[in-house]
Write a protein that binds this ligand. Structure first.
Ligand code: 5GP
Ligand code: ZN
Length: 118
C-alpha cells in the first residue's frame, strides 16, 4: 500500500525521499529513521509507508503490517545492542498523547537510563 500518501505529510515526504532522513531500514511496508531531535542516545522512528494518521486510525487490514513492525523493532534493538540493556517503545496519540506528526510512528528509545518517563 505504498501509494497511499498524504501530500502535506512530512513523513510521507521522507518515505518518498523528497526530504532527507537517516534511514536505517526500509522495505515495502515500513521505514526506520533516526529522530532529528533525539531524546535519548538512541532514538529511532518506525513508520508504515502507508499514511495512517495515528494509532486510532489503524484498520483491520493493517494488523499484519503492524505485527511486522513490532517484530522489526525487536530485531533493531538487538542490532543496536540495546536489547539487553533495555529500551522503550512509545506511540504518542493525539494532542494529550503528545503527538506532533500525524503519520503513525513508533519511537524506539534507548542507549541510556530512561527511568521515570513512564
Ligand atoms: P510525535 O511527538 O509526533 O510522536 O513525534 C514526532 C517526532 O518526529 C519527534 O520526536 C521529532 O523530533 C521527529 N521529527 C519531526 N520532524 C522530523 C524530520 O523532519 N525528520 C526526522 N528524522 N524526525 C523528525
Ligand atoms: Zn504521511
Amino acid at each position: 500500500m505504498t501509494e497511499e500518501k498524504n501530500k502535506e505529510c512530512i513523513f510521507c515526504k521522507i518515505i518518498k525521499k523528497e526530504i532527507a532522513a537517516e534511514i536505517l531500514y526500509e522495505d515495502d511496508d515500513m521505514m526506520v529513521i533516526k529522530d532529528i531531535r533525539p531524546k535519548a542516545r538512541i532514538h529511532l522512528l518506525v513508520m508504515p509507508k502507508k499514511h495512517i494518521r495515528n494509532f486510532n486510525e489503524i484498520g483491520e487490514e493493517d494488523r499484519e503490517m503492524l505485527g511486522k513492525m513490532m517484530y522489526k523493532i525487536k530485531e533493531i534493538a538487538k542490532d543496536k545492542g540495546i536489547d539487553e540493556s533495555g529500551y522503550k517503545i512509545v506511540i504518542n496519540t493525539n494532542k494529550e498523547g503528545g503527538q506532533i506528526i500525524y503519520h503513525l510512528h513508533i519511537h524506539i528509545l534507548g542507549g541510556e537510563p530512561l527511568m521515570g518517563v513512564v
